[in-house]
Design a protein around this ligand. Structure first.
Ligand SMILES: [Ca+2]
Length: 200
């Protein structure tokens, strides 16, 4: 078996009804999002967190309910490339349990996909990230485990991480969970891309 990774332009579909725009602009803002179509061979989707996350279908969940979770952050000197990144700055009062979910991805079921992301952390204390796939952008829907307890490199610089995910359904979301036990003041940075792993 060999694998091939070839760049491919992003195919996106806007899920927004213009009828809804006229009715209620706020509802339209909530509904606006894109599907990344990764059905064809050699397809690839990159997201550099350059734009408003919500507008591009990215969402976050504050599972430990402390008012802090992942958010988009525009600051070139902190980004892996470009201007944007996703960041989580939990407080220091409880265990960390914060999730960020990709926009909807149109995938081939039972096909191996590779998710590539860049991660760095702010403090010297351990920082852990889990990756999942699920059919909804909520922590409870994240049924497929991609990788558990990925530890951010202690040198505080960006490092590249790559894992394989095999979706069970055609529309799926990637979930990244920042989960650490103990009282900490920590920070995780995320920048990601995704490609289709061909099975030849
Ligand atoms: Ca939180």
């Amino acid at each position: 078996m060999s694998k091939s990774f070839i760049n491919y332009s992003i195919s996106a579909e806007v899920i927004s009804s213009y009828d809804e725009v006229a009715i209620n602009n706020k509802i339209d803002t909530e509904a606006f999002g894109i599907i990344s179509d990764l059905i064809s061979n050699q397809s690839m989707s990159e997201f550099g967190f350059e734009e408003d996350l919500k507008k591009y279908g990215w969402t976050a969940e504050d599972k430990n309910n402390n008012g802090q979770t992942w958010l988009g952050y525009t600051q070139p000197q902190f980004a892996h490339t470009g201007n944007g990144l996703a960041i989580n700055i939990p407080n220091n009062k409880m265990n960390v349990d914060d999730w960020i979910f990709s926009n909807p991805l149109k995938l081939r079921a039972n096909t191996r996909y590779r998710v590539v992301f860049y991660l760095r952390k702010f403090s010297e204390k351990p920082e852990l990230l889990d990756i999942y796939l699920g059919n909804n952008a909520t922590s409870s829907a994240m049924s497929t485990v991609g990788a558990s307890k990925i530890e951010a490199n202690p040198d505080g610089k960006y490092h590249r991480y790559a894992y394989e995910l095999v979706p069970q359904a055609q529309i799926a979301y990637i979930g990244f969970a920042h989960k650490v036990k103990g009282k900490k003041w920590l920070m995780l940075w995320l920048w990601m891309m995704l490609d289709l792993s061909m099975q030849l």
